[in-house]
Ligand binder design. Sequence first.
Ligand code: ZN
Length: 60
Amino acid sequence: MTTVLERIRRRYETTDKKCPDCGYVDEEGNWESRTDGRRLVYRHVCPSCDATREHTFNLK
Ligand SMILES: [Zn+2]
């Protein structure tokens, strides 16, 4: 379980840095994660234009 979550986190923090709206590249990769026990939600707010991106994963 931890391994899967770590892999997802790493994937977004390392590959999904560029804002699709303004093109700002967030080198910090400030993805926030939260979970309600059934779903894992990764959320990123662009520091430049405040565009929000979310990715939701169902936890088994
Ligand atoms: Zn942006």
